[in-house]
Ligand binder design. Structure first.
Ligand code: GDP
Length: 464
């Protein structure tokens, strides 16, 4: 297999019957492959037709029989998605006709594309940085509006720009440090020591501010960890099932039914939640071992969550277990919403004593699915999407890989900064700056290992 020169082909639309299907062919010989099976109606060979323009004609098989009437578009290298000569065939979307055309194309010298191989070629030909390619992969899998916003073109470009700026600053510093190494007696460095110190400080700040966006990026991409907590029997599992859309958790009126923490990813409005149903928290002398472990796990999830959904039974008065829950969540650094559940029953709860401890209070009922979902969606959107999470125009780091590279870059830049501040010469910090550049090169894919690249693209679908 030759990743650079051979011609690849795949159906780029989803499998199955559809109005139109798209078959994509890419590689240096793409035009030759299509030339063997496509005849434009105008009679002009495709290579003489205008590029990036849909040309009407027929696909014919080896016997010369027409298989389909199609539109074909030729994207001449480098003005294509992959950066290579690319041809797209828009055929009728029948399963058989699409497969027959693909097989014909393969029989004329193309090979089946691997998952993500078109995007991989775009990356290899310099059309996309690795962070942009990753963003496209996530976009294809997006399950929430926030994810789409995060991965769409402008946000992708903003991240690429911020990384390029950091890289350019590091390159500038490194060349100054090298000038000192090569000509130590001459005043050749672009930066005085104090200028270099302040440049390193600015880079450190830039990297740190990007790193700080990862919490948001991860929340959008993997889901905000939202924990449903409360004493037994207030309706936690009922609400969990309602939000998940199926009976994932067992609902009974027996306290202590939910033993382990159940987690599902569910879109809620424009936010993706990693929703956890936890064991009811209660103090009892005779807790069995399994329930005690379950309660311990609940507390751990609560301490790590970004959104706490504390459930109270509106039909009962506030008791010591409710009070204990309010006390225990007070120190948690997360957004807190009180769910006053069983709102279909007569209310006895003193809501005044609850509201001051939460960012929002909403009424819910397992008997009113639509009302509960819409109240919660509104509260979550107001607290996360409109405010905290999607915060305007900034670039957001969204993958663990990007985050790790930035941490490595920060460490090296910080070492360089401290060394210079401690009196070391510029040339002495050049190796730290080089290491930081290496981490940034891994981040944008300039010097990334084959293994990492393969891992990223293997998650794509065939045809992308
Ligand atoms: P958990 O122990 O907090 O998870 O509570 P469950 O979800 O298992 O519910 C405990 C009991 O309360 C069950 O009998 C449910 O049917 C009932 N229940 C839950 N939510 C509601 C509600 O909104 N209204 C009413 N009337 N009953 C509910």
């Amino acid at each position: 297999m030759n990743y650079i020169t051979d011609v690849i082909a795949a159906v780029s639309t989803p499998p199955g019957k559809g109005g139109v299907a798209v078959i994509r062919i890419s590689g240096e010989g793409a035009l030759a492959v299509i030339g063997k099976c496509f005849r434009p109606l105008s009679g002009k060979p495709l290579k003489d037709c205008p590029t990036r323009t849909q040309i009407y004609g027929h696909i014919f098989d080896r016997e010369g029989t027409t298989l389909d009437d199609v539109l074909v578009c030729y994207f001449k290298s480098p003005a294509s998605y992959t950066g290579e000569d690319t041809v797209e065939i828009y055929c009728h979307g029948g399963i058989l006709v699409t497969r027959s055309i693909l097989e014909l194309v393969l029989s004329h010298g193309a090979r089946p594309a691997e998952p993500g191989e078109f995007t991989r070629r775009a990356f290899l030909s310099g059309k996309l940085s690795l962070t942009e390619a990753e963003a496209i992969g996530t976009l294809l899998e997006a399950r929430s509006e926030a994810q789409i916003k995060l991965m769409a073109g402008p946000a992708r470009e903003r991240l690429a720009e911020r990384i390029a700026k950091i890289r350019a600053s590091l390159v500038e510093l490194l060349s100054s440090a090298y000038a000192r190494i090569d000509y130590p007696d001459e005043d050749l460095g672009d930066f005085s020591d104090s200028e270099m110190l302040s440049a390193l400080y600015n880079i450190k700040e830039d990297i740190s501010s990007l790193i700080s966006t990862y919490r948001t990026g991860r929340a959008i991409n993997e889901g905000v960890l939202a924990v449903i907590a409360g004493k037994p029997n207030v309706g936690k599992s009922s609400l969990y099932n309602l939000l998940v859309g199926e009976d994932a958790a067992i609902v009974t009126d027996v306290a202590g039914t939910t033993r382990d923490v159940l987690v599902r990813t569910v879109p809620l409005g424009s936010t993706l939640l990693r929703l956890a149903d936890t064991a009811g928290i209660r103090e009892a002398d005779a807790l069995d071992k399994v329930e005690a472990i379950g309660i311990e796990r609940s507390r751990r999830y609560m301490s790590e969550c970004e959104l706490l959904l504390a459930v109270f039974d509106l039909s009962r008065e506030l008791d010591t277990e409710d009070e204990a829950l309010i006390q225990s969540i007070a120190p948690l650094d997360c957004t807190k919403i009180a769910l006053l559940n069983k709102s279909d029953l007569e209310g006895r709860l003193d809501t005044e004593r609850i509201s001051g401890h939460f960012d929002a209070v909403i009424y819910t009922s397992a008997a009113d699915e639509a009302g509960t979902v819409s109240a919660l969606t509104e509260a979550v959107n107001a607290l996360f999407t409109d405010g905290k999470i999607i915060s305007g125009d900034g670039a957001i780091v969204a993958s663990a890989r990007q985050h790790a590279s930035l941490l490595a870059a920060l460490e090296s830049v910080s070492t360089a900064y401290e060394s210079l501040r401690g009196g070391f010469m510029q040339d002495a910090v050049s190796s730290d700056i080089e290491r930081a550049l290496g981490a940034i090169a891994e981040l944008d894919g300039r010097a990334v290992s084959e293994e990492v690249v393969s891992d990223i693209f293997s998650k794509f679908c065939v045809g992308k």
